[in-house]
Design a binder for this molecule. Sequence first.
Ligand SMILES: Cc1ncc(Cc2csc(CCOP(=O)(O)OP(=O)(O)O)c2C)c(N)n1
Ligand SMILES: [Mg+2]
Length: 543
Amino acid sequence: MPALGRALIDALKAHGAQEIFGIPGDFVLPFFKVIEESGALPFYTLSHEPAVGFAADAAARFRASISVAVATWGAGAFNLVNPVAGAYAERSPVVVISGAPGVHERASGWQLHHMAKALDTQVKIFREITCDQAVLDDPGRAPADIARVLRSAVEYSLPVYIELPRDLVGSDVPAVERLDRLPADPAALAECADEILAHLKAAIRPVLMVDVEIRRYGIEAKVARLARALGIPAVTTFMGRGLLSDAPDVTHGTYMGAAGDHDITRMVETSDGLLLIGVILSDTNFAVSERKIDMRRAMLASGRQVRIGHHVYPDIPLDALIDALLARLAGHTRQPGNAAEAHPPSTLTLDDAPIQPSDIAAAINDLFARHGPMPMAADMGDCLFTAMEIEGAPLVAPGYYAGMGFGVPAGLGACVAAGGRPMILVGDGAFQMTGFELGNCRRYGWDPICVVFNNSSWEMLRVFQPESGFNDLDDWRFAELAGPLGGDGVRVTTRRQLADALERAHATRGRFQLIEVMLPRGETSETLARFVAGYKAARERKA
Ligand SMILES: Cc1ncc(Cc2csc(CCOP(=O)(O)OP(=O)(O)O)c2C)c(N)n1
Ligand SMILES: [Mg+2]
């Protein structure tokens, strides 16, 4: 029989994990020892647990499978709360494994170090931001608990929590079984699929809108096939930007209401048959709608249920629904038509003019046109809105949870899981939070390209509250910090310098490349400017 620590690692691998991110501590040293000595999964340590969480989250998103974040009890695991909350909000199946006091220590009656309030405080907190939990304090029950929790992560595409007492890591346990998928009621699935097709057939202007769940469940290609079979155009949500990038024939752009392409906005908001596939009904996806989308005529398949008008089909797995729809359309192939043509990507004017945020998108579009797209990770800030202007590249970003600090660690996760050299977009404020994690690249041979939008400002806050002086930041001269951290850094102030720096960075491998782009305060990307205008207009309409 394997020991519990090894059985847990083997189970993670069997459920789709391909690496582990973590930071050790005394409560998790025995488990880390098994991780290192077993070699069963590659593992990467970073410098601060928030980065561990963000990197694991990004790996889960790129791989469309579970990922793993390991930390010590208390001081380590509580540092994971924010990134795990973001993973929960954006349906990313991060498996949190926390070392913990040994079973015998718990009975000591001592206030243990790293303990906040009580022995079960931590699991109580993680109950709020994970869909399933297990405290492995009984070796006889541990394999079944692990199997249940890992199945939940896969089925619901949500984070889960496992607590591992340090004195049980070596306990002999039976191997962990892989439980069968949670079944969908075949009759309910059939009735649901028939009803959706009937609505789409009756619609004059049907549209598909897709969001993050189609990647989480690995069904992007199937959804593209569905769009072709139905002959219906597809758009992504703001959060879903970058989805279906391999299916340009069906993807007609990103819906962003008043902040987006007018043709796409009109197509979505006047549709009489809107099928929302894997869409999170969040304010960032819909707050700037020019017209309220009539949800009585829309169909929403998300969170393992389907809502059509005023009735709900519970427990309908998204992948099973897409399979059922495709089965009913076998042999149908009609090219989606009558949708807004996607605008060609913006390109950069190569001159000595100062740089605006949208110039960065144009410069990256040009780079991708020359060398092919790179997987992208964006932080929260104007860099995220600028990313909306970059075409044809997969993107991970906190588009709904909107937490800063995600960008650079997510880029490190992408170095491992995205299948190509990543491009990171991050503002100076967010870089101050987690940007120094770039110092871990040299150890692992990672060489992302990191573009820092340096406006010495919390500019996104300034556009909403321009009178506040606290949005002014100091200029940290980030490019000069790159060398000691093991990379190359350059500071650019003109559009020509930006284009040259990107080309040079792309040609340089083996060291991370930091391009510090100096931007004037008060300037934002065209997309953020439209988003803010749309948001304010929507708020005035409601006032
Ligand atoms: C963890 C966390 N704390 C605060 C905030 C609130 C916020 C949203 S946007 C923003 C400013 C971002 O500044 P940055 O320089 O990175 O980018 P830019 O606006 O383009 O200049 C803040 C402070 C969020 N979202 N998350
Ligand atoms: Mg800034």
